[in-house]
Design a protein around this ligand. Sequence first.
Ligand code: PAN
Ligand code: ZN
Length: 188
Amino acid sequence: APPLRPFSIRLDRSSLELLPAGPVLTRRLSDLEGLFADEAAWRADVDNGDPIVYTVASSPVPETATELPQSITRIRPGDVAGELYFTKGHMHPVAEGEIYLGLEGEGGLLLFDGTDIEFLEITPDRIGYIPPGWAHRSVNVGSNDDYSFLAVYPGGAGHDYGWVLEHGFGARVYAGAAGAELRSYPQP
Ligand code: PAN
Ligand code: ZN
């Protein structure tokens, strides 16, 4: 496909929609198989309504090399046996950077390079920087509200979800008495 012509996109501040809109992806709990620590609790919640965990609404910019796509992820509040709702998480196989801009709610950005763990707090108007070579997962750490953010990433970077199944994230995020708790686990 030829490169796009210049155009602008409106971010509707009340609905947090991108206009014009592109494809929207919906991830239910059943799409997150093998990712939550408590498998039995995950299964029970899937059988009991299989709730939507997050949506990803893309702009019309395609994921092709040299283009710069954007999307808005909205994560619902919730947990599986105390483990807060999150995105699947991925590594970009072509090592390139990415930015997230917080739009609503309280989020956490869990980053893992296979050795080191970082956890960034993302609230409205805060930008999180994801350097090349760091797998990333977003967590809704708020107890009642959606967490939404805008992502801007290189269109040729690709998305490797298998990396996460193999390496994990080095840590999990739980609802604690005094807010979200990051619990790291031993590395294999
Ligand atoms: C984001 C993510 C989005 C959904 O746009 O793709 O938040 O998370 P998963 O892709 O891990 O399900 C991004 O990081 N793009 O590169
Ligand atoms: Zn990414």
